[in-house]
Structure formats: structure tokens, C-alpha cells
Design a protein around this ligand. Structure first.
Ligand SMILES: C[S@@+](CC[C@H](N)C(=O)[O-])C[C@H]1O[C@@H](n2cnc3c(N)ncnc32)[C@H](O)[C@@H]1O
Length: 265
């Protein structure tokens, strides 16, 4: 089982909520083709702190429901708070593995999996095979993932230049290849699904003060594996602080891929 590198914190939860909200614009136009419509039953696998689950709850409405599956207790606890704060009643969170969710086969209309496969290099295909089996005939699997090797920044602090490459090295050592977004169509096809969409785009984001990337949430893991020293972490922290107060806001260019697979009717 691949180890998960990102520690949950308030700043991480804020980032998840921001990215979920932005997904309305980045991939929201594809939701209806994937069956994310009022009344749908959706499994959000690897739901983290449930930011996407809550968003999807508003898409499927009171006649639909969202089952968030997550293996990390800390993320689940944060998810319960996010669900309570949102006041939605059609989200249920449960503990489970993406290779073995415990959900009955053919029981949902749509499986959504956002930014999960990149953390599961050795298990990518097993996960997509399993979640495809959860979907009823004619339903869909909706995947979103990155190509973290192609992230670009403008006006970022030069002391952060090595943070992303160190993060990529951490994943490489764990058997993860963060070009996952490129493989989404192939993973769906090999699971026996018809690929109805596989496309990618750059999300262009003006970085607000206080926002930290996933690589920052992995600093404890990078320290533990000897990939970064306490001095590196200190240098990155100072750089983020300078960026927080910089007049010229940095711009992030985040390559994101969306794929939809249809389960044969
Ligand atoms: C980057 S977060 C994305 C969270 C959510 N999908 C979103 O887009 O807001 C990835 C989440 O997937 C969970 N995860 C990763 N691999 C998993 C697996 N094999 N089984 C269950 N959960 C997993 C992690 O614990 C983490 O909470």
C-alpha cells in the first residue's frame, strides 16, 4: 500500500475547499456528461476532508446522495466537520480503501476520484478496476488528476525553486509518477470502460496570501526520508512568508486532466 504524504492541517483544509470551489469552473462543465445530475448516487473515493463531497451534494440535490470513502482517520474527522459546517444532509462518510471500498458492486451511478491516483502509483489500475465495478451499467467513472512535472509558477520566490522537485522525488521513491493525468484514459480503457472524455488544461491561479501547495504539506515526510533538511524547510517557510506579503501576487499554472469512462449498459 502506498503511503500518503500530505498531512492534514487547517491550511490544507482551506486549500481543499478553495480547489473544490474552483472545480466548478475547471471541470464543472463535464459534470452532467458524467451523470453528476440531481438525484444521482455518487461515491467520492479518496474524499479527504470532504470538500468535493459537499460540493457534489449540492449538485445531486436532496434526491441524490454522496458517499465519501477515505482511509485516513484524520481526514475523515476533518471531513465530518466540513460536512457539519456546510449543513448538508445527503453526505455520508465512511472509512475504506480505494482498492476495497466495501460498497456493493453496481450500487452507484457515478464514482468521482479527484487527486487520488497520483498517490497510488503501484495500485493505479487496481483502484480503477475496483471503482469501475461499483458503478451500475450505464453509469460513469469521473477522474481528475495532475501532471505535477509540468507545474509552472510566475513571480514565485526563488527559494521555492527546489520544493516541487524534492516533492516529485519523494513520490518517485514511493513508486508514484505524478504524470498520472496523462494515463487516466488508458486506466479507464483497461478497466473495460468506454472513454468518453480525456482532456487537460492549465488552471491559472493567482496565489492568495496564506495558500500553501501540496508539496508544503509533505514537508514532514520529506524530512523523515532525508530528502530535505530542517534548514530547507525553514528556507521554504521564509519564502512563503515573503510571498504572503508580496505586492505582486505569484501566479500558478496547474496542469489538470479530466477523464470520463462509461460502464457498458
Ligand atoms: C489529495 S487528497 C484529495 C481529496 C479529495 N478527493 C479532493 O479532491 O478534495 C487525496 C485523498 O485521498 C486519500 N487516499 C489516497 N489513497 C487512498 C486509498 N488508496 N484509499 C483511500 N483513500 C486514499 C488520502 O488519504 C487523501 O485524503
Amino acid at each position: 500500500m502506498a503511503e500518503y504524504a500530505l498531512a492534514i492541517s487547517d491550511a490544507e483544509i482551506e486549500r481543499y475547499l478553495l480547489m473544490a470551489e474552483r472545480s466548478r469552473h475547471t471541470d464543472g462543465r463535464h459534470w452532467s456528461s458524467a451523470g453528476l445530475v440531481p438525484g444521482a448516487v455518487v461515491a467520492d473515493v479518496g474524499c479527504g476532508p470532504a470538500a468535493t463531497s459537499v460540493l457534489l451534494a449540492s449538485v445531486v440535490g436532496p434526491a441524490g446522495r454522496v458517499i465519501g470513502v477515505e482511509r485516513d482517520e484524520q481526514a475523515l474527522a476533518a471531513g465530518r466537520e466540513v460536512v457539519a459546517a456546510a449543513g448538508v444532509r445527503n453526505v455520508e462518510l465512511r472509512r475504506g480503501e480505494a482498492t476495497d471500498t466495501g460498497l456493493p458492486s453496481g450500487s452507484v451511478d457515478v464514482v468521482v476520484m479527484r487527486h487520488v491516483l497520483a498517490h497510488n502509483g503501484p495500485d493505479e489500475q487496481r483502484i480503477v478496476d475496483h471503482v469501475s465495478g461499483l458503478v451500475r451499467p450505464g453509469g460513469h467513472v469521473f477522474l481528475v488528476d495532475v501532471d505535477a512535472t509540468a507545474i509552472r509558477m510566475l513571480d514565485a520566490d526563488p527559494d521555492l525553486d527546489d520544493l516541487n522537485s524534492t516533492y516529485l522525488e519523494l513520490h518517485r521513491r514511493r513508486g508514484n509518477d505524478l504524470q498520472t493525468g496523462l494515463r487516466l484514459g488508458r486506466l479507464l480503457r483497461r478497466a473495460g470502460l468506454t472513454v468518453v472524455l480525456h482532456e487537460g488544461s492549465y488552471e491559472v491561479l493567482t496565489v492568495p496570501p496564506g495558500l500553501r501547495p501540496p508539496s508544503w504539506a509533505a514537508r514532514a515526510a520529506m524530512l523523515a526520508e532525508g530528502l530535505a533538511s530542517p534548514a530547507d524547510v525553514d528556507r521554504w517557510e521564509q519564502a512563503f512568508r515573503r510571498m504572503d506579503v508580496a505586492e505582486t501576487r505569484p501566479t500558478g499554472f496547474l496542469p489538470q486532466f479530466v477523464a470520463i469512462g462509461a460502464v457498458p449498459a
